[in-house]
Design a protein around this ligand. Structure first.
Ligand code: SF4
Ligand code: SF4
Length: 441
């Protein structure tokens, strides 16, 4: 079995973004493999922990992938402040120290920073001879090469909690469990995000949310923090404000990382068109929104009126449904270097700088009693359930498989043994205490 097939059978999804299936990335040759350890979301530390604590696995995986891709070069890209200690651990692999700005981990930005190449509009890194994989994905590739299934993920629990930490935890460990392990919230009214303050999404029910491969950060934020306030604005309110408060100053566009790279992404135009033409307009008018990555800089950093251009971009992108890709790639902006947004300034703007003291490691691999495994994969058809309520499952046993003929879906495996207490087309819930011999943890 080739490495790409082993990666698929192990159930590896990209851990750094929307969960693109890793085996698909590894089916094309590439000149350069970039290990993305940029981790630019404020308060995130899990890639830092993986690169420090699982160096032997990462080295083994990049060697195997280099051969699989026919790559001439492997580069590990990390924040400059984290690059020093890694030089010793990765003697034979090039470490690229990135400037500390947001969003250094965006694929287009990263490829440009590391190689000077720019992906075509609506393109992907392999279009310019590069494969980018997140550090955790690479670690999972190492395990897949040894025949191991993906049963754990790395996560930082941070923000307004008593004792932030970073840990390798079983897939499906609930956000509520992790927050309790972190000593609970330190503020009376809070929201919980799956992800960072810039691109994370609010978790409605932390007890029902099980961590996935794409979960790198469980973030507790005060109810009235800037990111939490923006996340819950109703779209109708956003539209009204787009007309009444947007001054067309262009600050959102002038700081947009995609615009600065030469892509036709101009949120100030989207704001004007969304308000003027409304939802009935021909989607072609909104085509440039499809190049937006949802990084949030326009909304949470750039806009002096504190309104929500990213929300508009997201909405318009949804309307386009991939039918209207952005076109054109101009020159990178001559002032791009000076307009990169420093991480420290962003953390202060988001009011999260006081929680930036790190997140020490914990070992929780056997701790949770209850797991909620996610079966929804962004690039796949609905998975087919392989277990039913009442079944007893072993660690590593498949609980759902890709549909016949689906080349992108990957299987989901039980992360720990237990009894299936609920199963539907979106989740499988496992209770570890309902089997003989459970000794607790
Ligand atoms: S920065 Fe804000 S006010 Fe200025 S054009 Fe963009 S959305 Fe409008
Ligand atoms: S969220 Fe805003 S700043 Fe980020 S890519 Fe989209 S338009 Fe540009």
């Amino acid at each position: 079995m080739g490495l790409a097939e082993a990666v698929r059978e192990a159930g590896v999804l990209g851990a750094g973004g929307a969960g693109f299936p890793a085996h698909v990335k590894y089916q094309r040759d590439a000149e350069i493999l970039i290990v993305n350890g940029a981790e630019c979301e404020p308060l995130a530390h899990k890639d830092e922990a993986i690169l420090a604590e699982r160096a032997a696995d990462v080295v083994a995986a990049v060697a195997a992938l280099r051969e699989e891709l026919g790559a001439r070069e492997v580069i590990i890209a990390v924040k400059g402040s984290r690059s020093g200690p890694l030089q010793e651990l990765y003697g034979g692999v090039k470490i690229h120290p990135l400037a500390e700005f947001y969003p250094a981990g965006d694929e287009a930005v990263l490829v440009y920073e590391v190689t000077g190449r720019r992906m075509p509009a609506a393109g992907i890194p392999p279009d310019v001879g590069v494969v980018v994989s997140n550090a955790e994905t690479i670690w999972n590739v190492a395990r897949a090469g040894r025949g191991k299934k993906v049963t754990t993920t790395w996560v930082t629990v941070g923000g307004a909690v008593a004792e932030p930490f970073t840990a390798e935890v079983p897939l499906g460990t609930t956000a509520a469990f992790l927050i309790a392990e972190a000593g609970g919230p330190t503020v009376p009214a809070y929201v919980v995000f799956d992800g960072g303050p810039m691109m994370g999404e609010e978790i409605n029910d932390p007890a029902a949310f099980g961590v996935q491969q794409t979960t790198g950060l469980i973030l507790v934020l005060p109810w009235d923090s800037p990111a939490a306030v923006k996340a819950r604005l109703p779209l109708e309110h956003v539209r009204t404000v787009a007309g009444s408060a947007c001054t067309q100053c262009r600050d959102c566009t002038e700081l947009c990382p995609r615009y600065l790279l030469g892509y036709d992404v101009q949120p100030h135009l989207s704001m004007r068109r969304f308000f003027s033409w409304g939802e009935e307009a021909d989607p072609a008018f909104f085509a440039p929104a499809s190049g937006c990555t949802g990084c949030g800089l326009c909304e949470l950093y750039a806009c002096p009126m504190e309104i929500a251009p990213r929300r508009v971009q997201n909405y318009l992108r949804g309307r386009l449904e991939g039918t209207m890709p952005a076109e054109g790639l101009g020159e990178a902006h001559p002032e791009r270097g000076g307009r990169r947004v420093p991480g420290g300034r962003l953390r202060r703007r988001l009011d999260v700088a006081s929680w930036d003291g790190g997140a020490p490691p914990r070992d929780l691999r056997e701790a949770p009693r209850r797991l909620v495994l996610n079966l929804v994969q962004a690039y796949a058809r609905p998975l087919e359930g392989a277990v039913r309520e009442g079944d007893v499952v072993e660690p590593g046993q498949a609980v759902a498989e890709p549909a016949a003929g689906d080349e992108r879906g990957v299987p989901v495996h039980a992360s720990l043994g237990g009894r299936v207490v609920a199963a539907n087309d979106r989740t499988v819930e496992i209770d570890r205490t309902q089997v003989a011999g459970y000794a607790g943890a």
